[in-house]
Design a protein around this ligand. Structure first.
Ligand code: PMP
Length: 289
């Protein structure tokens, strides 16, 4: 049977899951989305993801025509229709069908889409041995232009940086902000470890307030590992003892090289491995392996 996609109240075959060419999500990137994982049949951090979705929508003055409780049911319904227990769920809310021209007011209403599918962002080997990244020349969007805290349908800023990474032969790029401080990666948040402290830039430095980031911060604090949000320069990355990235798609992945420079020993460090283990335990990946 074909994968089932939920669009505006109906489950349809993947091949028939289409939106209008007049949808402002397509024409202008006018919309918001969430990437959410389910583990063992349970949506991971559901409330936090839905809360960020509604915040993103509010920030672009888009009103979602469902309650968070209804959207949670939509995700479970789409998972059940596809017999998924462990999957990646993509909620998309577009401004909806409109006319050519930016004005969002002539649309009859937003479109809501839920896709549940499988996703693996990076090769399994990199989770074991660590990943190499570069710092991109493209900087993160200025927060007063388009706040990186909005998970909008316009990812061009991130895509341009991602292309730099691919061209440099690595899968991910660190993005600096307009002041030259570390913001985040193209689809992941970044952490470093230095002298036993875990550090990550505050969201005000131009990053998405990652849900996985929040989970890792709590796990670190719960394990009595000093954890701080701190402004970081690229220099801090180069002299870090350890580095790792977090994201719903990526989960937790060690970084062992930045701009060709080995980080720490050049192997995933002990605190990274401890937090990776704690994360796996939390989402019960270990038991399923
Ligand atoms: N930053 C960006 C730009 C992202 O798109 C994402 C989500 N893939 C993240 C960070 C990580 O956020 P989360 O842990 O909520 O998935």
């Amino acid at each position: 049977m074909s994968l089932q996609v939920w669009i505006d109240g109906k489950l349809v075959n993947k091949e028939d899951a289409k939106v209008s060419v007049y949808d402002h999500g397509l024409l202008y990137g006018d919309g918001v989305f969430e990437g959410i994982r389910a583990y063992s049949g349970k949506i991971f951090e559901c409330k936090a993801h839905l809360s960020r979705l509604y915040d993103s929508a509010k920030a672009i003055r888009l009103s979602i025509p469902y309650t968070p409780e209804e959207l949670e049911k939509v995700i479970y319904q789409t998972m059940a229709a596809n017999n998924f227990k462990d999957c990646y769920c993509r909620l998309v809310v577009t401004r909806g069908v409109g006319s050519l021209g930016l004005d969002p007011h002539n649309s009859p209403g937003p479109s809501v889409i839920c896709i549940c599918d499988l996703i693996r962002l990076y090769p399994a080997e990199m989770y074991e041995n660590g990943m190499a990244v570069i710092t991109a020349s493209v900087i993160r969007n200025h927060p007063n232009a388009l706040s990186p805290r909005i998970k909008s349908l316009n990812y061009l800023n991130n895509i341009l940086a991602k292309m730099e990474a691919i061209e440099a032969g690595v899968p991910e790029a660190v993005m600096l902000n307009h002041s030259g401080f570390v913001a985040e990666c193209t689809a992941d948040n970044i952490f470093i470890v230095r002298h036993g402290e875990v550090l990550t830039p505050p969201a005000s430095e131009g990053s998405l307030e990652g849900i996985t980031r929040g989970v890792i911060m709590n796990l670190a604090r719960g394990s009595m590992i000093p954890m701080h949000e701190r402004r970081l320069e690229r220099h801090d990355l180069y002299i870090a003892d350890e580095c790792f990235l977090t994201g719903t798609g990526a989960e937790v992945i060690p970084v062992t090289k930045i701009d060709g420079r080995p980080i720490g020993t050049g192997k995933p460090g002990p605190i990274t491995l401890k937090l990776l283990g704690a994360f796996h335990k939390l989402v019960r990946l270990v038991e399923q392996d």
